[in-house]
Design a protein around this ligand. Structure first.
Ligand SMILES: NC(=O)c1ccc[n+]([C@@H]2O[C@H](COP(=O)([O-])OP(=O)(O)OC[C@H]3O[C@@H](n4cnc5c(N)ncnc54)[C@H](OP(=O)(O)O)[C@@H]3O)[C@@H](O)[C@H]2O)c1
Length: 267
C-alpha cells in the first residue's frame, strides 16, 4: 500500500475552477498527495482534476475529512459515500474526522466506531483525526486500538509548533500532518526565514518545507500558482544546517490562526 507522501497539496478556500485548476497544476508538476474535506465544497472539482489527469489511482494519495455535522450514526457513512461520488473514487487513502464533535449528543466512541466502519467497508484505506487534543487522542486510541490512527492533522508552522501534541503523537506512533504550514503566507514575510532562504538561494516556503521534513512532519500547503507549486515541490535541494534548524525551532510563539468557537480546549 502506498504511504502518505511527505508533501501534499491543501485545497482549503479553493472553490470551483480555482480548485480544479490548482489540483490540475499540482498533479501536472508532480504532486501525488491531495488534501480536501467535505466542508471545503470542492471535492467534485478535486475529483474532476484527478479524473482528467489520467494518473493511476494507485499512484495517488487522497485525503478527505468528515465535517462535524455529519458525525451522527445516520449521516457518517452516507456522507463518505457522497464524498466518494464527488471525488469519483471508490475509496480515499485517508479519512479524517475533521474536528472533534463540539456537542454532547454524539459520543466520541459512536463516531469513531463509524470511522472504523468506513475503513472496514473499504471506503478508506487509513483513518485518522484532525484537531484532536492529547486527551482526545488518548481516548481515541483506547476506543480504536493502538496503531489505528494514521495521523493527527493539526495547525503547525514555524510560529505555532504545537509541541505538546507533537510529542504525544510521537509517543503513540501517530504521524503529524502540518496544516497551514506557511501560516497562510506569513512565513514569506519573516526576516529569519528570508535570511536563511537568501543564504541558500531558496524561497522561505522551501526553507519551511525542508525544516518540516527534518522534523518529520507531513505538510500540505496550498497554492493556486503553478510556479509556487513547482518551487514547493523542489524544496529538497535546500540542505539546512543544524544551526538553521534550531533558529527555525526558535520562531515558535504559539500563536494560533485557526481557533473557531467550536474548537476543543487546546493543549
Ligand atoms: N484540518 C483542518 O482543520 C485544516 C485547517 C486549515 C487548513 N487545512 C489544510 O491545510 C492546507 C494548507 O493550509 P492553507 O491553505 O490555509 O495555508 P498555507 O498552506 O499555510 O498557505 C497558503 C498560502 O501560501 C501561499 N503560497 C504557497 N506557496 C507559496 C510560495 N512558494 N511562495 C509564496 N506564497 C506561497 C499561497 O498563495 P498562492 O496561492 O499565491 O501560491 C497561499 O496564499 C489547507 O489548504 C487545507 O487542506 C486543514
Amino acid at each position: 500500500m502506498k504511504d502518505m507522501p511527505q508533501l501534499g497539496i491543501g485545497t482549503f478556500r479553493l472553490e470551483g475552477d480555482v480548485a480544479r485548476d490548482a489540483v490540475t497544476n499540482a498533479l501536472d508538476v508532480g504532486f501525488r498527495h491531495i488534501d480536501t474535506a467535505q466542508i471545503y465544497g470542492n471535492e467534485a472539482q478535486v475529483g474532476d482534476a484527478i479524473q482528467t489527469s489520467g494518473i493511476a489511482r494507485s499512484d495517488l494519495f487522497v485525503t478527505t475529512k468528515v465535517w462535524y455535522e455529519s458525525l451522527g450514526d445516520d449521516h457518517f457513512i452516507p456522507s463518505v459515500h457522497e464524498s466518494l461520488a464527488k471525488l469519483k473514487l471508490e475509496y480515499v487513502d485517508l479519512l479524517l474526522v475533521h474536528w472533534p464533535y463540539p456537542g454532547t449528543d454524539i459520543a466520541l466512541e459512536a463516531y469513531l466506531t463509524q470511522l472504523a466502519e468506513a475503513k472496514k467497508l473499504g471506503l478508506a484505506r487509513h483513518i485518522g483525526v484532525s484537531n484532536f487534543t492529547i486527551d482526545l487522542m488518548d481516548k481515541a486510541e483506547a476506543i480504536l486500538g493502538k496503531g489505528e490512527l494514521y495521523t493527527n492533522q493539526i495547525e503547525l508552522h514555524p510560529f505555532m509548533q504545537n509541541q505538546q501534541v507533537v510529542k504525544a503523537c510521537r509517543d503513540k506512533g501517530i504521524r503529524v500532518t502540518a496544516y497551514m504550514p506557511f501560516a497562510v503566507g506569513d512565513v514569506m514575510k519573516d526576516d529569519t526565514l528570508k535570511q536563511i532562504a537568501d543564504a541558500h538561494g531558496a524561497t522561505p516556503a522551501q526553507v519551511v518545507l525542508s525544516w518540516m521534513e527534518k522534523r518529520h512532519y507531513y505538510a500540505i500547503p496550498s497554492s493556486t500558482s503553478r510556479q509556487h507549486l513547482s518551487e514547493n515541490l523542489a524544496y529538497g535541494g535546500v540542505q539546512l544546517s543544524d544551526e538553521e534548524l534550531l533558529r527555525i525551532d526558535g520562531l515558535d510563539n504559539g500563536k494560533r490562526i485557526v481557533n473557531p468557537d467550536f474548537a476543543p480546549q487546546w493543549d
